[in-house]
Design a binder for this molecule. Structure first.
Ligand code: SAM
Length: 318
């Protein structure tokens, strides 16, 4: 595969825990790996369960090529699809899957190899698109959005308390040439924030970069519709697992699971239930599963991971 490095740089997060929680039931089960990445999780599942078939989704065509190469020995047990997971699931009419897995966000590959400006430590063109045909990249946001729009993005998607200062410096410094490089933006941010924050636990540009990435790829809007649809299409006793990396991803999944486990959709002020809603799932992880200390040490990007698992109710033999 010319131009693409076929070494794998991403270490799958919570790999043992995911395998232990998501055991495919039934004969010739199907798994949908909604965030295939370099294919680490899918590789473990395909190697562990010889009659499992995996549909692997990723919107990034380059990382999909890496996964296809890695999983080539599984032949037609592995079906790659270059798509957004919410769009794929919305139209899915195939066999009911036994497992649907989401490992949200981006991969180490994106920071280290994609050359799309995800990393504030590199001199790369600001882009951050997973879908190369998407109209809006980080470059457009930084150079053409209003100061208020930029501040709102940084605040909402990065939970960055200095969002207004950062947006103001971006808008002051972008001139005819614009801000084009990731390290150039990182340096502006570093200068925009107070010294105490500049030398804090995380790089001062971390939250702004996260926010831009989320905005460019509409990451948050995709999660709830996709997980909800995953629950709908699962076979009875099938399981959905969601690994998230920050509260903006985790919180909506937690509330969705609660709502689906409760069944009632009456407004909170209703005195009694009139909706006749039935529970659709059982929550398996009352508290999310987090990585062991060893995993956090050996794979620092796993530090903030949380795995939530739910099982679809119903009789598998119906
Ligand atoms: C954390 S990585 C997955 C790593 C993978 N589980 C492994 O073990 O190698 C997330 C992947 O999902 C992709 N992705 C993120 N959001 C997506 C979406 N809404 N639709 C499709 N792919 C998405 C990213 O391009 C990235 O490759």
């Amino acid at each position: 595969m010319e131009g693409i490095n076929m070494e794998y740089v991403h270490q799958s997060v919570l790999a043992h825990e995911v395998l232990a929680q998501l055991v495919p039931q039934g004969s010739h089960p199907i798994m949908i790996d909604c965030t295939l990445g370099e294919g680490g999780h899918s590789y473990s599942f395909l190697s562990t369960y010889p009659d499992l078939r995996v549909i692997g989704l990723d919107r990034d065509p380059n990382i999909l090529e890496k996964a296809k190469f890695r999983l080539r020995s599984f032949g037609d047990r592995f079906i790659p699809v270059n798509t957004w997971f919410d769009e794929f699931l919305a139209d899915y009419e195939g066999e009911a899957p036994a497992i649907v897995l989401f490992d949200l966000g981006i991969s180490v590959y994106h920071y280290e190899e994609s050359h799309r400006g995800f990393s504030f430590n590199r001199d790369e063109a600001l882009d951050m698109r997973l879908d190369p045909s998407a109209e809006i990249s980080a470059l457009e946001i930084v150079n053409s959005y209003t100061e208020k729009e930029i501040a709102d993005i940084i605040y909402q998607y990065g939970e960055e308390r200095y969002s207004r200062r950062i947006a103001s410096v971006i808008c002051r410094e972008r001139n005819d040439r614009g801000i084009t490089q990731s390290n150039e933006l990182a340096e502006l941010i570093r200068r925009a924030v107070p010294p105490s924050y500049r030398y804090g636990r995380i790089h001062p540009a971390t939250r702004t970069f996260q926010a831009l990435r989320i905005a460019v790829n509409h990451e948050l809007e995709r999660i709830v519709p996709a997980v909800e649809r995953a629950i709908e299409i699962l076979r009875p006793q099938g399981r959905v697992g969601v690994i998230s990396f920050h509260s903006l991803e985790d919180r909506p999944v937690k509330y969705l699971f609660r709502r689906k486990a409760d069944g009632c959709v009456c407004p909170p002020e209703a005195l009694r239930c009139t909706c006749d809603g039935k529970p659709e799932i059982k929550i398996i992880t009352k508290k999310p599963i987090i990585p062991s200390e060893e995993e956090c040490m050996s794979n620092p990007p796993s530090r903030s991971a949380k795995l939530r698992v739910a099982e679809k109710l119903g009789d598998a033999h119906e």
